[in-house]
Design a binder for this molecule. Structure first.
Ligand code: J2J
Length: 540
């Protein structure tokens, strides 16, 4: 086991094995098996390119050899920051073969996040596109290499001074690593609530279990076509059932160049897409677009919406607009995923965020003192189960707070449960903003702003937004010479913070409202900005 990871206690591991959750399968075997059984079937479609299962397995083997020659070995961490491209799959499966661990960065991450991932994970390599969405990722690589000159930078496209991924596909060697199903397969990112994102160690056993159950619930089979519109490194499109769940079931993944209706609708028609996954703002965009576009979307059977709360009003519009089933998905990269089931009554699909995917998921809803609340009451969601981690990577101190002594993960979500076991997300007690599915740890951004010489104190809260659900608002107490909001945003950009974390609004104030214990009252700040947006009060 990788140092810095907590595994399940033996009695739980035995239980999950005995009950057939963990079947001892690795990603390496999974792909090899599909390649043997259905090698000619298409695994991934991207533009005009179709890659069969056999080809994908073969490419992964060749790339593993090249990566190995570069010195990448078992347990090494590799920061992977690739958009929705075929190479993402080849890289992941190549690393799995070596027993090396991808650390899944998002394409929107910038130097602040990337340098942290590389440093904290002690990464030996960083894999990027040359440019993506108008941004040159090689500039990030140069910054990361300045901090660690041994870092191998591997680029798809024009590599400039770095290693070109295309040159690493060489004849496979026999001496690949012995990978066990209980090994950590990769490090996923947490949304974060304190400081920087935590890294989430997921094993082959636990993740493949979640893929298997997800694929079953979403009725994915060989004939399914999953359209990937969200960034595929994110846990939701990666695993719920997402691209890996689709490959698990032997289906086909189609990569969309972007999330807009103009990118996705023609692909749904052309490729006969049967299922796709969206976050609520995108679902709203698609709902608005459908009446003005003339594509045949009749192949679509399931539209998943998750990552942030989908309002009942919007949920009600899905079936009439798309003629397909809505599935609400409430999940987290730490593990637990809840789904509404495809044959659930309409009222459940519209009004709840689903129920746990596995009968081995343990759910507790508790009050401030960790006492179970009455059924139907709102409380803090705690969970434990066969695919929910028992601890973050190298985060002993944080783990003591984020998990109970019995190993339940404190999700930070406030939920209630219906009489028939469905979960309704009611709010959050973690210091996080959920900007249309993109998570922002308030403290991380606050720390960056505090580094500005004119900022005396800062508190970041969410403000409600019709489209994104929430946006971020920074309340700033400045020193003598007050900066402008524009200057502060520019400052954050220059510090290399991902764009979605830059506050949507900055309010200057002289003091913060306090709780009776003397802490900054974020609740009162949320109220202030809400009142202001509703024109009830004027701030200076
Ligand atoms: C309200 N809040 C939600 C929902 C997630 C599947 C789906 C989503 C994620 C994900 C994921 C929500 N309604 N339907 O990993 O596999 C908020 C909660 C949760 C946090 C987790 C998956 N769906 N959320 O969003 O790790 O606050 O995973 O704790 O990014 O998103 O965020 P993340």
């Amino acid at each position: 086991m990788l140092t810095g990871c907590s595994s399940w206690p033996k009695d739980y591991a035995d239980l999950y094995k005995r009950e057939g959750c963990w079947k001892g399968e690795t990603f390496v075997e999974m792909l090899r098996d599909r390649a043997e059984k259905q090698g000619d079937r298409i695994a991934i479609t991207s533009g005009d390119r179709n890659v069969s299962y056999a080809e994908l397995d073969n490419k992964a083997g060749r790339l593993a050899a090249g990566l190995q020659e570069l010195g990448i070995k078992q347990m090494d961490r590799v920061v992977v920051q690739l958009p929705n491209v075929i190479e993402f799959f080849e890289v992941c499966f190549a690393l799995f073969r070596l027993g090396a661990l991808p650390v899944f960065a998002l394409p929107s991450h910038r130097s602040s996040e990337i340098n942290y991932f590389c440093e904290f994970a002690e990464a030996v390599a960083y894999i990027i596109p040359d440019k993506h969405a108008g941004f040159d990722h090689r500039t990030l690589a140069r910054g990361a290499k300045d901090k660690n000159e041994k870092l191998n930078v591997i680029v798809t496209g024009d590599a400039e001074e770095f290693v070109n991924l295309a040159d690493l596909y060489i004849d496979p060697k026999k001496n690949e690593a012995k990978v066990a199903s209980s090994d950590i397969a990769f490090l996923q990112l947490s949304g974060g609530s304190t400081g920087l994102s935590k890294l989430i160690p997921r094993t082959h056993d636990d993740y493949i279990y979640s893929l298997r159950v997800s694929a079953e619930i979403c009725q994915i089979d060989k004939d399914s076509v999953y359209l990937a519109v969200l960034p595929i490194a994110h846990n939701y499109p990666l695993s719920s059932p997402g691209i890996l769940g689709t490959l698990y079931a032997g289906g086909r993944v189609v990569l969309s160049p972007g999330p807009s209706p103009d990118d996705a609708f023609p692909l749904i028609e052309k490729q006969g897409v049967t299922i796709t996954a969206l976050v609520p703002p995108l679902a709203l965009r698609w709902l608005d677009a459908i009446s003005t576009r003339d594509y045949d979307l009749s192949s679509l059977q399931v539209l998943q919406v998750g990552g942030a709360k989908f309002s009942a009003e919007a949920a009600r519009r899905v079936y009439p607009a798309f003629g397909c089933k809505l599935q609400q998905v409430f999940g987290m990269a730490e593990g637990l995923v809840n789904y509404t089931r495809l044959n659930d009554p309409e009222e459940i699909i519209i009004n709840t965020q689903g129920r746990p995917m596995s009968k081995y998921d343990e759910i507790r809803i508790v009050d401030e003192e960790d006492r179970d609340v009455e059924q139907g009451e709102v409380g803090h969601l705690l969970t434990r189960g066969p695919y929910t981690i028992r601890g973050y990577y190298k985060a002993e101190e944080h783990n003591a707070k984020a998990f109970t002594e019995e190993g339940f993960y404190r999700t930070g979500d406030l939920v209630s449960m219906t009489a028939n076991g469905y979960i309704v997300v009611e709010g959050r007690d973690k210091d996080q903003i959920n900007r249309g599915g993109e998570k922002i740890a308030a403290e991380e951004v606050e720390n960056h702003l505090l580094a500005h010489e004119a900022v005396h104190d800062v508190a970041i809260v969410s403000m409600s937004d019709d489209y994104l659900g929430e946006r971020s608002c920074a309340f700033v107490i400045s020193r003598q010479k007050a900066p402008t909001a524009k200057e502060l945003k520019q400052f954050l950009k220059e510090r290399g913070l991902a764009a979605f974390k830059i506050p949507d609004r900055i309010e200057f104030t002289d003091s913060f409202p306090k709780t009776p214990l003397g802490k900054v009252s974020k609740k009162a700040l949320r109220q202030i900005i809400s009142d202001k947006l509703n024109n009830r009060i004027t701030l200076k």
